[in-house]
Write a protein that binds this ligand. Structure first.
Ligand SMILES: C[S@@+](CC[C@H](N)C(=O)[O-])C[C@H]1O[C@@H](n2cnc3c(N)ncnc32)[C@H](O)[C@@H]1O
Length: 308
């Protein structure tokens, strides 16, 4: 394995065992080591849109209205679409947090229109129902408590024949790490960040999500778990980067700082954070879901439809 390149192992949720994921791997020369990639979100949003382009055969989007759910301050997914399809009719960036959209508008001059709405609440997006050609979302669904309702709302937003593409995290070493750290009262008392118990529901993977979206009425083009293993160049860089990443959510007294940094690194290693070459690494599992809302004529093939 090239140590500069994360390994990607794809397990198909459609039942055919393990296989390589060439479309995601093809972008791996852009993914260096952790410390040289301040925005993995941006890189994966770009790779995911390339992946959608290949799998759905996107070519001419000049008649398409696309909604990006959970736009974020940087608008990574919407911008990736614009970079590849500058002539797209329109991109509507939705975010539940008005401050996020305010920051996005201040920092980006794009044709992405911003809408404050909550994908878990149907009435906040009622106006757009049945009007979207495509709905995309990267790195958002793991934050949602009502995932099934969010998928159902995505279904409602689409025109018949419309496509949905969702990439989100279903397992993350950083969450496992935080769970471990908060078991120690010394660090728990110093924690000021957000922690949601059972954020990643154990035993809920590609097969369960496939069943969930099929029940809503989607046809599943892809439902795949993709394991990401991204190495750091050295232990020291890993320790510093981990601190940069979320250490600031802990109000650590200066005399405890070195102990904190060392312990968080040791906890990470305990969780299995070394790759085959011995480098400390960041691990998580993406779920890639590529879905189609059937057209009228094909509805009878999708039994138990509950999305309308
Ligand atoms: C981690 S950011 C991802 C941003 C961008 N999609 C990307 O890939 O970089 C998640 C965004 O989703 C938004 N979000 C979270 N829950 C939401 C919901 N229920 N409805 C709409 N947006 C939501 C957050 O406010 C945040 O801006």
């Amino acid at each position: 394995m090239n140590p500069d390149c994360p390994s990607f192992t794809l397990t198909s949720g459609l039942g055919s065992g393990s296989s390589k994921c060439p479309d995601f791997v093809s972008g791996c020369d852009k993914i260096l080591k952790m410390e040289s990639n301040p925005s993995l979100h941006e890189i994966y949003a770009g790779l995911f849109i390339d992946h959608c382009k290949d799998k759905f055969g996107w070519q001419d989007l000049t008649s398409d209205v696309i909604m990006d759910i959970g736009l974020g301050e940087k608008g990574n997914c919407g911008k990736a679409i614009l970079a590849k399809f500058p002539d797209v009719t329109s991109i509507i960036g939705v975010d539940g947090n008005p401050q996020v959209l305010h920051k996005f508008k201040q920092e980006s001059q794009t044709k992405i229109q911003c809408v404050v709405a909550d994908i878990e609440k149907r009435n906040s997006l009622g106006y757009y129902e049945g009007r979207m050609n495509k709905v995309v979302s990267t790195n958002v669904f793991h934050q949602l408590m009502e995932k099934e309702e969010a998928f159902r709302n995505m279904y409602r937003l689409l025109k018949p024949g419309g496509e949905a593409a969702v990439l989100f995290i279903i397992k993350s070493i950083s969450y496992e790490w935080l769970t471990e750290m908060l078991k120690n009262t010394k660090w728990k008392d110093a924690y000021r960040g957000y922690y949601e118990e059972n954020l990643y529901k154990g035993g809920f993977g590609a097969d369960q999500y496939k069943e969930m979206v099929e029940k809503i009425g989607f046809q599943v083009t892809e439902c795949s778990e993709i394991e990401r293993v991204i190495p750091y160049p050295s232990d020291e860089i890993c320790k510093e980067d981990l601190y940069e990443m979320n250490g600031k959510n802990f109000m650590i007294l200066p005399d405890l700082l070195e102990e904190f940094k060392e312990e968080r690194f040791q906890v990470l290693l305990k969780l299995g954070a070394r790759d085959a070459e011995g480098s400390p690494c960041f691990r998580y599992t993406h779920l890639s879901l590529l879905l189609v809302k059937p057209t009228e004529g094909s509805v009878s093939k999708t039994k138990g439809k509950t999305g309308s």
